[in-house]
Design a protein around this ligand. Structure first.
Ligand code: S3P
Length: 426
């Protein structure tokens, strides 16, 4: 895709698509609940469609039309042995949470994904799930896909996770829900808590004590209606665009404001961005509100510690903001970036360097010296949706034409991203 600078800024209102993490969970929990779950505001992006496709292969009836979904739940014991492999595409959340769901199903399943999934570490979930009783094997001792699983006889355990990962926490809790006894997960820092919130919405009891979350096994999930708020990780691209492209003002409606996800707002405000939040609603389940951003001059900051899990997916676009901020930005404690859809330390640094940014990789993050004028270049998403969208926003600032290879990757989480970007430029 070819893009040019947004000469007159970006102006207008956007309703970003549904939250990816919440959309996956609504389908999964609906599938193992009793009764019919309805979902509005569902994200019809490739990742969440992979989740639907996998559950259909497990015998679950699912109707999806755009952002509306109906799931005919089978109950905890109603999934059926699939006669095809379960293909998760590019989706780490699908494979890791599905392994948790399948940990107690008394049948065989085989999971595969695309080239990126084949490089992403799975032992972080296969190790605890095997300790709980599931039989799992996979390439390199259960580290990589293809992975096969035969579930059954799950026993509760207290798992102390070495990483702050909502995917690990959720996989272990989903296994524990179906097993005997209590299952607890302790994390080094708090990761996103959508699983805890949604289990409660499905009628389950979940205990939270500091960094430890626990559930009693054998609880039945009851179908419900889930309203999915807009994805703050998708909104993040326009939040940064509005802050760094001169003459911009963008209003983002119904953006999810779960406190375990709002690190991006706090950091942008620390950098000096003009951001206002209005009409906050739905605080009992997943809060959302309208967020307006205006162009302002930014300054560099240090980003590290327990805010990292609260903005991990926003680091590619924050790196671009940092390249447009006065002074130095240091991003640290973010080694998890290396095991995302791409190694995002490398892909962010390599692509932003091509545009003239002063950015260097560190073992657990990056250092960016701003503020640098950017020039158009031939760049690549490397098949990573968030890298492709970050480069789309960079194009709005760059002098000269930008050619983004494999920009279609955006469809994983935000199929209409480039159309919206164009619309704001008129
Ligand atoms: C997700 C958790 C995070 C995040 C991913 C979605 C989830 O991954 O990066 O995009 O929905 O649970 P980790 O659990 O690996 O931190």
């Amino acid at each position: 895709m070819k893009l040019t600078r947004a000469e007159n800024g970006l102006r207008g209102t956007i309703r970003v698509p549904g939250d990816k993490s919440i959309s996956h969970r609504a389908v999964m929990f609906g599938a193992i609940a009793e009764g019919t779950t309805t979902i509005s505001g569902f994200l019809p992006g490739e990742d969440c469609l992979s989740t639907i496709s996998c559950f259909r292969k497990l015998g679950v009836e699912i109707r999806q039309e755009g952002d509306y979904v109906e799931v005919q739940g089978t109950g905890l014991h109603g999934l059926q042995e699939p006669d095809e492999v379960l293909d998760v595409g590019n989706s780490g959340t699908t494979i890791r949470l599905m392994l948790g769901v399948l940990a107690n199903t008394p049948f065989h399943s085989c999971l595969i994904g695309d080239k990126s999934i084949a490089k992403r570490p799975m032992k972080r979930v296969t190790v605890p799930l095997k300790q709980m009783g599931a039989q799992i094997d996979g390439r390199e001792g259960g580290q990589y896909t293809p992975i096969s699983i035969r579930g059954g006889n799950v026993k509760g355990m207290h798992y102390v996770s070495p990483v702050a990962s909502a995917q690990v926490k959720s996989a272990v809790l989903l296994a524990g829900l179906q097993g005997d006894g209590v299952t607890a997960v302790t994390e080094p820092e708090k990761s996103r808590d959508h699983t805890e919130r949604m289990l409660r919405a499905f009628g389950c009891e979940v205990q939270v004590d500091g960094m430890t979350v626990s559930v009693q096994g054998g609880q039945q999930l009851h179908a419900t209606h889930i309203e999915v708020p807009g994805d703050i990780s998708s909104a993040a691209f326009f939040l940064v665009a509005g802050a760094v492209v001169p003459n911009s003002r963008i209003k983002l409606q119904k953006v999810g404001l779960n406190p375990t996800r709002t690190g991006i707002l706090e950091v942008l405000q620390q950098m000096g961005a003009s951001i206002t939040i209005e009409n906050v609603q739905n605080e009992d389940f997943e809060p959302y509100g309208d967020v307006t951003v205006e162009y302002s001059s930014l300054r560099g900051v240090e980003i590290g510690g327990d805010v990292i899990p609260r903005l991990i997916d926003e680091i590619p676009i924050l790196a671009l903001a940092a390249a447009q901020a006065e002074g130095t930005t240091v991003i640290k404690d973010a080694a998890e970036l290396k095991v995302k859809e791409t190694n995002r330390i490398d892909t962010v640094v390599d692509e932003l360097k091509k545009l003239g940014a002063h950015i260097e990789a560190t073992p657990d993050g990056m250092i960016i010296h701003g503020r640098t004028p950017l020039r158009g270049a031939s760049v690549s998403s490397h098949g990573d949706h968030r890298i492709g969208m970050m480069l789309g926003i960079a194009a709005c600032l760059a002098d000269g034409e930008m050619l983004i290879e494999n920009s279609e990757a955006a469809a994983v989480s935000y199929p209409t991203f480039f159309a919206e970007l164009q619309r704001l430029q008129q």
